[in-house]
Design a protein around this ligand. Structure first.
Ligand code: SF4
Ligand code: SF4
Length: 180
């Protein structure tokens, strides 16, 4: 009889404890948001899809004749390509004057990229020629669309969605770089 009553008491106590958690949670503000209409701020060092950054206008004036790397900071050193553990970076370059290289092509296969950040870490250029963005909403229907060429990577490097240039701009990550 005593065991039976003790069991009933334990059951009632546990029920009250459980309901206590339920009622407390009911009074807390919701943690869910109505994505995509509401969005949380992405962490500053978030490693989203990568882009190529461009030189500032004053640096462009110093650019030497014969080095046609366009506006991009990339010096075609291959360090990011060599650092990539899944070999998803492909760079084409040609020899230019004074031992420098001309960047002819740069692509990243985001179907293979693990967003590890090793390419950004390896880049020797000041403030990085290749950077992660805080962009995570790119949608693809075919795997071949996940290979970004130099034009698309340049857009990402300026915060523009390559598949929706008129769409909402995004920020670049500070991963591997000094915060702006
Ligand atoms: S983030 Fe990692 S996997 Fe992706 S391109 Fe860079 S090094 Fe390669
Ligand atoms: S490491 Fe930097 S500078 Fe060198 S090829 Fe890659 S992006 Fe260009």
């Amino acid at each position: 009889m005593f065991d039976y009553l003790a069991g009933c008491f334990r059951g009632a106590t546990n029920l009250v404890k459980g309901l206590n958690v339920t009622f407390r949670t009911m009074l807390e503000p919701p943690v869910t948001i109505l994505y995509p209409y509401q969005k949380k701020k992405v962490a500053e060092r978030y490693r989203g899809i990568m882009g190529l950054t461009a030189k500032a206008k004053e640096d462009m004036k110093k650019q030497e004749a014969g080095v046609e790397s366009g506006e991009l900071k990339c010096i075609s050193c291959f360090k990011c390509m060599e650092a990539c553990p899944v070999e998803c970076i492909d760079i084409q370059r040609e020899r230019g004057g004074k031992g420098k290289f001309i960047l002819k092509g740069f692509s990243i296969n985001f179907a293979r990229c693990t967003f590890c950040g090793l390419c950004v870490d390896a880049c020797p250029v000041d403030d990085k020629a290749i950077v992660h963005s805080r962009h995570f909403e790119e949608v693809f229907f075919e795997r071949k669309e996940m290979v970004f060429d130099m034009d698309k990577l340049s857009l990402v490097g300026t915060g523009i969605r390559p598949n929706d240039p008129q769409g909402e701009r995004f920020e670049l990550s500070t991963f591997g770089r000094e915060p702006e």
